[in-house]
Design a protein around this ligand. Sequence first.
Ligand SMILES: C[S@@+](CC[C@H](N)C(=O)[O-])C[C@H]1O[C@@H](n2cnc3c(N)ncnc32)[C@H](O)[C@@H]1O
Length: 216
Amino acid sequence: MKQEKGAEGFSENYWLENYADVDDMDGMYNARDHAHYLKAVFALDQIAIRSIADFGFGPGHLFSAALDTFKPYRSLGLEPSASAFIKAQTVLKRYQPQLLQTDLASWCRDSSQHKRFDLGICTSVLQYLNDQELAAVIPTLALRVKYLYLTVPTAAEQQRFVEEYQFVDQYAYSRTRQQYRELLSPHFTVVSSRLLESKQFYNDQTSDFTEDLFRF
Ligand SMILES: C[S@@+](CC[C@H](N)C(=O)[O-])C[C@H]1O[C@@H](n2cnc3c(N)ncnc32)[C@H](O)[C@@H]1O
Protein backbone atom coordinates (compact mmCIF):
# COMPACT_ATOMS: atom_id res chain seq x y z
CA MET A 1 0.00 0.00 0.00
CA LYS A 2 1.14 3.54 -0.69
CA GLN A 3 3.10 5.11 2.14
CA GLU A 4 3.32 8.60 0.68
CA LYS A 5 1.25 10.75 -1.62
CA GLY A 6 2.99 11.76 -4.83
CA ALA A 7 1.24 15.12 -4.78
CA GLU A 8 3.13 16.04 -1.63
CA GLY A 9 6.43 15.08 -3.20
CA PHE A 10 8.25 11.86 -2.47
CA SER A 11 10.94 11.58 0.20
CA GLU A 12 14.42 10.19 -0.44
CA ASN A 13 13.09 6.65 0.13
CA TYR A 14 11.12 6.79 -3.11
CA TRP A 15 14.18 7.84 -5.09
CA LEU A 16 16.39 5.22 -3.43
CA GLU A 17 13.88 2.43 -4.07
CA ASN A 18 12.71 3.43 -7.55
CA TYR A 19 15.86 4.95 -9.00
CA ALA A 20 18.44 2.51 -7.66
CA ASP A 21 19.38 1.41 -11.16
CA VAL A 22 18.70 4.02 -13.85
CA ASP A 23 20.79 2.42 -16.60
CA ASP A 24 17.85 0.55 -18.10
CA MET A 25 15.08 2.87 -16.93
CA ASP A 26 12.69 4.08 -19.62
CA GLY A 27 12.87 7.86 -20.00
CA MET A 28 16.41 8.00 -18.60
CA TYR A 29 18.81 6.06 -20.86
CA ASN A 30 16.56 6.58 -23.90
CA ALA A 31 15.30 10.13 -23.28
CA ARG A 32 16.68 11.30 -26.61
CA ASP A 33 14.96 8.41 -28.44
CA HIS A 34 11.61 9.52 -27.00
CA ALA A 35 12.25 13.08 -28.18
CA HIS A 36 13.33 11.95 -31.66
CA TYR A 37 10.25 9.77 -31.97
CA LEU A 38 8.03 12.74 -31.10
CA LYS A 39 9.88 15.01 -33.51
CA ALA A 40 9.39 12.48 -36.33
CA VAL A 41 5.75 11.70 -35.62
CA PHE A 42 4.77 15.40 -35.63
CA ALA A 43 6.98 16.17 -38.65
CA LEU A 44 5.27 13.45 -40.72
CA ASP A 45 2.00 15.34 -40.47
CA GLN A 46 3.65 18.78 -40.53
CA ILE A 47 2.51 19.67 -37.03
CA ALA A 48 4.46 22.44 -35.30
CA ILE A 49 5.24 22.12 -31.59
CA ARG A 50 6.08 25.53 -30.15
CA SER A 51 5.22 25.14 -26.48
CA ILE A 52 5.81 22.22 -24.12
CA ALA A 53 4.79 21.41 -20.55
CA ASP A 54 6.10 18.45 -18.53
CA PHE A 55 3.85 17.28 -15.71
CA GLY A 56 6.13 15.55 -13.21
CA PHE A 57 9.56 15.89 -14.85
CA GLY A 58 11.44 13.95 -12.14
CA PRO A 59 15.19 13.94 -12.90
CA GLY A 60 14.40 16.03 -15.99
CA HIS A 61 16.15 13.95 -18.67
CA LEU A 62 13.16 13.42 -20.93
CA PHE A 63 11.97 17.01 -20.49
CA SER A 64 15.47 18.26 -21.28
CA ALA A 65 15.67 16.08 -24.44
CA ALA A 66 12.27 17.37 -25.58
CA LEU A 67 13.30 21.00 -25.02
CA ASP A 68 16.56 20.44 -26.86
CA THR A 69 14.81 18.75 -29.78
CA PHE A 70 11.84 21.11 -30.27
CA LYS A 71 13.33 24.35 -28.93
CA PRO A 72 9.90 25.68 -27.94
CA TYR A 73 9.48 29.41 -27.32
CA ARG A 74 7.57 28.64 -24.11
CA SER A 75 7.93 25.77 -21.65
CA LEU A 76 6.75 24.80 -18.21
CA GLY A 77 7.69 21.98 -15.88
CA LEU A 78 5.92 20.73 -12.75
CA GLU A 79 7.51 18.53 -10.11
CA PRO A 80 6.32 18.15 -6.49
CA SER A 81 9.34 16.25 -5.08
CA ALA A 82 11.85 18.67 -3.60
CA SER A 83 14.95 16.58 -4.28
CA ALA A 84 14.08 15.95 -7.94
CA PHE A 85 13.02 19.57 -8.39
CA ILE A 86 16.38 20.82 -7.12
CA LYS A 87 18.53 18.29 -8.98
CA ALA A 88 16.71 18.71 -12.31
CA GLN A 89 17.38 22.44 -12.31
CA THR A 90 20.97 21.71 -13.32
CA VAL A 91 19.82 19.48 -16.20
CA LEU A 92 17.22 22.00 -17.38
CA LYS A 93 18.99 25.30 -16.72
CA ARG A 94 20.17 26.01 -20.24
CA TYR A 95 16.60 25.85 -21.62
CA GLN A 96 15.17 28.21 -18.99
CA PRO A 97 11.72 26.65 -18.66
CA GLN A 98 9.33 27.98 -16.06
CA LEU A 99 9.57 25.45 -13.21
CA LEU A 100 6.95 25.05 -10.51
CA GLN A 101 7.35 22.84 -7.47
CA THR A 102 3.77 21.66 -7.42
CA ASP A 103 1.68 18.62 -8.30
CA LEU A 104 -0.56 18.05 -11.26
CA ALA A 105 -3.91 18.24 -9.46
CA SER A 106 -2.98 21.55 -7.76
CA TRP A 107 -1.85 23.02 -11.06
CA CYS A 108 -5.11 21.90 -12.68
CA ARG A 109 -7.12 23.51 -9.87
CA ASP A 110 -5.25 26.80 -10.34
CA SER A 111 -7.57 28.75 -12.63
CA SER A 112 -4.92 31.44 -13.17
CA GLN A 113 -3.08 28.96 -15.46
CA HIS A 114 -4.61 30.22 -18.70
CA LYS A 115 -1.80 29.35 -21.08
CA ARG A 116 -2.24 26.45 -23.47
CA PHE A 117 0.57 24.17 -24.64
CA ASP A 118 1.03 22.38 -27.94
CA LEU A 119 2.55 19.36 -26.23
CA GLY A 120 2.17 18.03 -22.70
CA ILE A 121 4.48 15.31 -21.42
CA CYS A 122 3.32 13.04 -18.62
CA THR A 123 5.50 9.98 -18.38
CA SER A 124 5.12 7.52 -15.54
CA VAL A 125 3.25 9.94 -13.27
CA LEU A 126 -0.49 9.17 -13.38
CA GLN A 127 -0.05 5.96 -11.37
CA TYR A 128 0.71 8.20 -8.37
CA LEU A 129 -2.60 10.08 -8.53
CA ASN A 130 -5.64 8.80 -6.65
CA ASP A 131 -9.01 8.34 -8.37
CA GLN A 132 -10.34 11.77 -7.39
CA GLU A 133 -7.20 13.50 -8.64
CA LEU A 134 -7.26 11.58 -11.92
CA ALA A 135 -10.94 12.35 -12.54
CA ALA A 136 -10.23 16.07 -12.16
CA VAL A 137 -6.87 16.17 -13.93
CA ILE A 138 -7.63 14.39 -17.21
CA PRO A 139 -10.42 16.75 -18.42
CA THR A 140 -8.33 19.78 -17.45
CA LEU A 141 -5.29 18.49 -19.31
CA ALA A 142 -7.47 18.12 -22.41
CA LEU A 143 -8.30 21.83 -22.12
CA ARG A 144 -4.68 22.89 -21.63
CA VAL A 145 -2.68 20.73 -24.07
CA LYS A 146 -3.31 19.89 -27.73
CA TYR A 147 -1.28 16.69 -27.55
CA LEU A 148 -0.27 14.59 -24.59
CA TYR A 149 2.72 12.26 -24.57
CA LEU A 150 1.59 9.74 -21.98
CA THR A 151 3.02 6.65 -20.41
CA VAL A 152 1.58 4.96 -17.34
CA PRO A 153 2.08 1.37 -16.19
CA THR A 154 -1.10 -0.68 -16.16
CA ALA A 155 -1.82 -3.41 -13.62
CA ALA A 156 -0.59 -6.04 -16.09
CA GLU A 157 2.70 -4.20 -16.58
CA GLN A 158 3.14 -3.70 -12.85
CA GLN A 159 2.62 -7.45 -12.43
CA ARG A 160 5.24 -8.11 -15.11
CA PHE A 161 7.72 -5.86 -13.29
CA VAL A 162 7.18 -7.96 -10.17
CA GLU A 163 7.64 -11.26 -12.01
CA GLU A 164 10.59 -10.25 -14.18
CA TYR A 165 12.48 -7.80 -11.97
CA GLN A 166 11.02 -8.39 -8.47
CA PHE A 167 10.22 -4.68 -8.60
CA VAL A 168 7.24 -3.46 -6.55
CA ASP A 169 6.40 0.24 -6.70
CA GLN A 170 4.66 0.58 -3.35
CA TYR A 171 3.80 4.22 -4.07
CA ALA A 172 1.79 3.48 -7.22
CA TYR A 173 -1.91 2.78 -7.73
CA SER A 174 -2.81 -0.24 -9.80
CA ARG A 175 -5.35 0.23 -12.63
CA THR A 176 -6.17 -1.89 -15.62
CA ARG A 177 -5.80 -0.81 -19.25
CA GLN A 178 -9.60 -0.71 -19.43
CA GLN A 179 -9.80 1.67 -16.45
CA TYR A 180 -7.26 4.07 -17.93
CA ARG A 181 -8.98 3.91 -21.33
CA GLU A 182 -12.37 4.73 -19.78
CA LEU A 183 -10.85 7.72 -18.01
CA LEU A 184 -9.02 8.99 -21.08
CA SER A 185 -11.32 8.27 -24.02
CA PRO A 186 -13.97 11.00 -23.34
CA HIS A 187 -11.18 13.58 -23.54
CA PHE A 188 -8.43 12.25 -25.79
CA THR A 189 -8.02 10.31 -29.04
CA VAL A 190 -5.07 7.95 -29.40
CA VAL A 191 -3.21 9.01 -32.56
CA SER A 192 0.06 7.09 -32.21
CA SER A 193 1.91 5.00 -29.64
CA ARG A 194 1.99 6.97 -26.36
CA LEU A 195 0.51 9.99 -28.13
CA LEU A 196 -2.95 11.41 -27.42
CA GLU A 197 -4.80 14.26 -29.15
CA SER A 198 -7.18 16.43 -27.17
CA LYS A 199 -10.85 16.24 -28.13
CA GLN A 200 -11.17 19.83 -26.92
CA PHE A 201 -8.97 20.96 -29.81
CA TYR A 202 -9.60 18.40 -32.58
CA ASN A 203 -12.06 15.93 -33.97
CA ASP A 204 -11.97 13.50 -36.94
CA GLN A 205 -12.62 16.35 -39.36
CA THR A 206 -10.17 18.90 -37.97
CA SER A 207 -7.29 16.65 -36.86
CA ASP A 208 -3.87 17.09 -38.46
CA PHE A 209 -3.15 13.41 -37.92
CA THR A 210 -4.15 12.07 -41.31
CA GLU A 211 -4.29 8.31 -40.77
CA ASP A 212 -7.95 7.69 -40.01
CA LEU A 213 -7.39 3.99 -39.27
CA PHE A 214 -5.17 4.82 -36.30
CA ARG A 215 -7.57 7.01 -34.36
CA PHE A 216 -8.97 5.28 -31.27
C1 LIG B 1 8.70 7.58 -12.20
S1 LIG B 1 9.02 9.30 -12.01
C2 LIG B 1 8.93 9.84 -13.70
C3 LIG B 1 9.71 11.09 -13.94
C4 LIG B 1 9.73 11.60 -15.37
N1 LIG B 1 8.39 11.96 -15.82
C5 LIG B 1 10.34 10.57 -16.29
O1 LIG B 1 9.65 10.04 -17.15
O2 LIG B 1 11.54 10.31 -16.16
C6 LIG B 1 7.52 9.91 -11.32
C7 LIG B 1 7.54 11.38 -11.02
O3 LIG B 1 6.21 11.81 -10.79
C8 LIG B 1 6.24 12.76 -9.75
N2 LIG B 1 4.89 12.82 -9.18
C9 LIG B 1 4.33 11.99 -8.29
N3 LIG B 1 3.07 12.38 -8.01
C10 LIG B 1 2.84 13.49 -8.75
C11 LIG B 1 1.74 14.36 -8.89
N4 LIG B 1 0.62 14.16 -8.19
N5 LIG B 1 1.85 15.41 -9.74
C12 LIG B 1 2.99 15.58 -10.45
N6 LIG B 1 4.08 14.79 -10.36
C13 LIG B 1 4.00 13.76 -9.51
C14 LIG B 1 7.30 12.22 -8.81
O4 LIG B 1 7.76 13.22 -7.92
C15 LIG B 1 8.35 11.75 -9.79
O5 LIG B 1 9.24 12.77 -10.12
